[in-house]
Design a binder for this molecule. Structure first.
Ligand code: SF4
Length: 609
């Protein structure tokens, strides 16, 4: 049996450890499973001989909860958890959420707002001289000056605001391990300046650095902010990205190039590390995030898509890194041994399920590619999008002993599916389970272009083929489209057009995601500046709550309550023409899920990406 890592000094002593080397502090509960970043990093460091402890969801109102494991020999690592703490706490309309899926009992309030800043401050109160290293998605996406939606203003790099010693961005395994080894070998953290995937503060920027607009410029000039984002995206290719520097008064925030993508062998080594695959035994209540992932297998990381609203590319990187088939099979084997496993695997995928095994032919040739997306505006010819590995993986996993059913519930890129006939067939014939969730997000090309997503024509081709393949497989199954309201570029007219297109395609939705300008994305830059950073062109942005609500209501106008709101709002806007068109269509055929005899899809949880 694999014991969890220590969370108290007693647990550490039971392992014969009188002092820990590294303590990781997290805003999430401690679930000893590779799907969660802090436990994954902790186990990874442990497997390299470090004594690691975890302080999960400490009470941040005093320093004592940060001292339960004593003073670490090397450093504290701090993460807000699997989500940015502001995203975790507030809805897109800035209302306080009442739940938290990463906390036992789904309770809100187990972590503070701006967790990285608060945790670092308490640690520094307790152990002033111990280095603090920031990591996780909150640190990654806030590594440079960024727009903060909740304060509706720019904020400085998190490294300055938190007063930490180093910031690690991206997935971090290699960077964190190298840091731990060098500190163990006696180097000072102030001298470690060359780690890929890290940011530090300095009086001087390296000679080779690309200078982003300074904090003073950004504070007064939105065009400069859009330019800073463009430069950041241009330097995200780890094979050719350069060092970035951003001046804050007399200091420079230096951001080293991203860590190189992991090989399959390196990724396999990480997933070979033993985990108990359970929440820490101290918890008495269920943790929703664990219940959601405990029967799922992560097969790869990274996403070639580069959607402008998505944090994945800026955190995991655009190069997909896939585990080997045998590594995935070993994990399935461990899952099958669990007493609670009844043969159903809830997901086999990653950020985008059908990117398993995909690669860029030119990736390691130093070709200097600066495209933020490998799929938009068209699939790059250097991208190998064959489906042999993806389809083979699905076949192998579902044929394993103890496995009865395998679902694919990660997002699917349907533009890629046009090049993946075998995967498409496997998916439709064996892995949909009635309803396939796909995320076109929008179908109007002026909006999908800003999202860097495929347009409506590609979605319609996919839908036709999905129906066709389902019929061939003798399956009655449909598509649940995930859509977004309020994205930059999205107007009342484009939402009405989308509603009309959905009606024409006989698709209906029950939930619509409202765009949230999360830190560090291209879409957030558009929201703040009104400028598309890629083209420099002006972009329309719906800012008022009223318009954002109306955009959402337009997609839900088959529901009586929403329809009344839409009617009133469109009349108020003098858009009786749109109202008439919508009402004419709504008076037509009964609502149906495409390709299905069902009249409504079941309530859906959240967008797959
Ligand atoms: S060359 Fe093409 S596939 Fe490779 S990283 Fe650039 S856009 Fe992506």
């Amino acid at each position: 049996m694999t014991l969890p890592l220590p969370t108290t000094l007693d647990e550490a002593r039971r392992r014969g450890w009188d002092q820990l080397d590294i303590i990781l502090v997290s805003g999430d509960a401690y679930i000893d499973h590779p799907a969660f970043g802090v436990p994954l990093l902790a186990r990874w460091l442990e497997s390299h001989g470090f004594r690691v402890g975890i302080i999960a969801q400490p009470d941040w109102r005093s320093k004592e909860p940060f001292m339960v494991l004593g003073r670490p020999r090397l450093f504290f690592g701090v993460s807000a958890g699997a989500m940015d703490s502001m995203v975790a706490h507030y809805t897109p309309l800035k209302k306080l959420r009442h739940d938290d899926a990463y906390t036992p009992g789904n309770r809100h309030g187990a972590r503070p707002n701006r967790a990285c800043i608060i945790y670092t401050s308490r640690i520094k109160e307790a152990y002033k001289e111990v280095p603090v290293v920031l990591g996780g998605i909150e640190a990654s996406l806030r590594r440079l000056a960024h727009y903060d939606f909740w304060e509706d203003k720019l904020r400085r790099s998190l490294l300055l605001d938190a007063k930490a010693d180093l910031l690690i961005y991206g997935m971090g395994e290699l960077t964190l391990l190298a840091l731990a080894q060098r500190l163990r070998d006696g180097e000072s953290i102030t001298g470690i300046r060359d780690l890929r995937g890290s940011c530090y503060l300095s009086r001087q920027a390296p000679d080779a650095a690309v200078h982003l607009p300074s904090w003073d410029q950004l504070s007064t000039d939105k065009v400069a902010f859009a330019e800073a984002h463009r430069l950041l995206e241009h330097e995200q290719n780890p094979y050719c990205g350069r060092i970035l520097a951003q001046r804050y008064g007399d200091r420079q925030l230096v951001c080293n190039p991203p860590a190189l993508p992991l090989s399959a062998k390196e990724l396999d080594a990480i997933y070979a590390v033993p985990f108990s695959r359970e929440p820490h035994p101290c918890y008495r209540e269920q943790i929703p995030a664990f219940e959601q992932i405990k029967r799922s297998i992560t097969t790869h990381r990274g996403c070639f898509g580069g959607c402008s609203f998505c944090a994945i590319t800026m955190h995991q990187g655009k190069f997909v890194q896939s585990r080997s088939l045998s590594s995935v099979q070993q994990e399935v084997g461990r899952l099958v041994e669990k007493g609670w496993f009844k043969g159903q695997i809830s997901d086999v995928g990653g950020p985008t399920a059908n990117m398993y095994g995909l690669s860029c032919h030119a990736a390691d040739r130093g070709h200097g590619c600066r495209r933020p997306s490998c799929l938009y505006p068209a699939i790059c010819q250097n991208l190998s999008c064959g489906d042999a590995q993806g389809a083979g993986l699905l076949r192998k996993v579902r044929s394993m002993a103890g496995v009865r059913q395998v679902a694919v519930s990660s997002g699917i890129r349907y533009d890629l599916l046009e090049h993946q006939p075998d995967y498409f067939r496997e998916l439709v014939s064996h892995h949909v389970g009635g309803l396939l969730k796909v995320a076109p997000e929008h179908l109007v090309s002026a909006v999908t272009a800003l999202m860097r997503k495929p347009d409506g024509a590609i979605f319609e081709r996919f839908l036709a083929r999905f129906r066709d393949e389902s019929a061939k497989a003798g399956k009655r199954q449909g598509v649940v489209p995930y859509l977004m309201a309020g994205h930059p570029g999205c107007t009342i007219e484009s939402m009405a057009e989308l509603a009309l297109a959905l009606r024409r395609l006989r698709l209906t939705v029950e939930q619509v995601q409202e765009f949230t300008p999360t830190p560090g994305t291209a879409a957030s830059c558009m929201y703040y500046t009104g400028i598309d950073p890629s083209s420099g062109k002006q972009v329309y942005v719906a800012r008022s709550d009223r318009e954002r609500r109306l955009q959402k209501a337009l997609l839900l106008c088959h529901l009586p309550d929403e329809r009344a709101q839409v009617r009133k709002a469109l009349q108020g806007l003098g858009r009786v023409d749109l109202l008439r068109r919508l009402e004419t269509l709504l008076a037509g055929a009964p609502l149906a899920v495409a390709g299905s005899s069902r009249t409504r899809p079941p309530a859906t949880a959240k967008a797959p990406r």
